[in-house]
Write a protein that binds this ligand. Structure first.
Ligand code: ADP
Ligand code: MG
Length: 283
């Protein structure tokens, strides 16, 4: 099957602080990060990143804490303003969109699933899912129908009148996902949604997301610092270090041919044989 590019990221830079242009110049002249920081009081969040995200794939952004994963993700939906570069989605540069267009994109094309799913405990499951539609200004008579459909998609039909604290962690995750899905976005952004959880619950959640991922047929950009999680969930993985992209590839490619010692260290930390077996089971 021919792969279609959904989002094209080119030469993307995000620099935090008062003197981004000077910091960028220094970076291009190969000055060290500490020198750049002390001279410009500016931090390089993402440096010169380019890659494509395919329609319908789950792309995982992985790397140590501080490597620029969240910054990269947040440039996609303009929670951060990009310093330089372009992000082309469906022929439009997200970096150049005016604010009205950005809001429209967030309401209709790209939703974010927040850490711990940010559910309202005093609202029913249905009301939680309707919330995204309210923001989207969907007329009231359509909201219930769309919210019910999203609940069905995540396997929570019949749970609409429950309150989120009555649900298990995995089910709460599905409510959060249903809320993001209800607006029928093309792209879902997820920033370490499982990182704050106990290992066992976390494994459950990953297992729940796997079949859903296939069902919903969305483009998903998923951030994690855990290579095992990246391998389990990703069609492809982007590995970040100090704001730079160090490797992009399928889980198998990353496992079998890590491009640098940094990637190798991650790979050494997991059970490679078992990971490869799992990939064979869930291609
Ligand atoms: P990750 O998500 O991989 O842990 P981040 O994208 O949050 O990393 O951070 C990348 C770099 O950018 C870090 O050095 C971090 O300190 C810096 N950074 C992130 N957000 C901000 C901000 N709002 N202001 C200044 N520096 C920031
Ligand atoms: Mg982060």
């Amino acid at each position: 099957m021919e792969k279609q590019v959904k989002i094209k990221i080119r030469n993307l830079y995000k620099i935090f602080g008062p003197r981004p242009k000077t910091a960028l110049d220094m970076y291009l002249k190969k000055k060290s990060k500490s020198e750049i920081l002390s001279k410009t009081k500016s931090t390089l969040g993402v440096c010169g990143v380019s890659f494509d995200i395919y329609q319908g794939e789950t792309l995982v952004i992985m790397g140590l804490s501080g490597s620029g994963k969240s910054t990269l993700l947040r440039c996609l939906n303009r929670l951060h303003e990009t310093t330089q570069g372009s992000i082309i989605m469906d022929g439009q540069d997200i970096v150049q969109m005016d604010y009205h267009k950005v809001l429209e994109m967030r309401r209709h094309k790209m939703s974010m699933v927040f850490q711990k799913f940010a559910l309202f405990p005093h609202k029913t499951v249905l009301e939680n899912v309707e919330f995204g539609l309210e923001i989207q200004k969907t007329p009231e008579y359509l909201r219930k129908e769309k919210a019910q459909k999203a609940l069905e998609q995540v396997g929570l039909k019949g749970w609409d009148q429950f309150y989120s604290p009555q649900l298990s962690g995995g089910m709460q995750q599905r409510v959060g996902l249903a809320r993001a899905l209800a607006v029928n976005p093309d792209v879902l952004l997820m920033d370490e949604p499982f990182s704050a959880l106990d290992p066992l619950i976390r494994t459950d959640m990953q297992d729940e997301l796997l079949p859903l991922r296939k069902n919903i047929q969305k483009t998903i950009v998923f951030v994690t610092h855990d290579l095992a999680e990246a391998i389990k969930l990703g069609d492809r993985i982007v590995i970040m270090k100090d704001g730079e992209l160090v490797q992009i590839g399928t889980p198998k490619e990353i496992l079998l041919s890590p491009s640098t010692s940094y990637v190798e260290k991650f790979v050494e930390s997991i059970d490679i044989e078992r990971a490869l077996e799992n990939i064979a089971k869930n291609p």
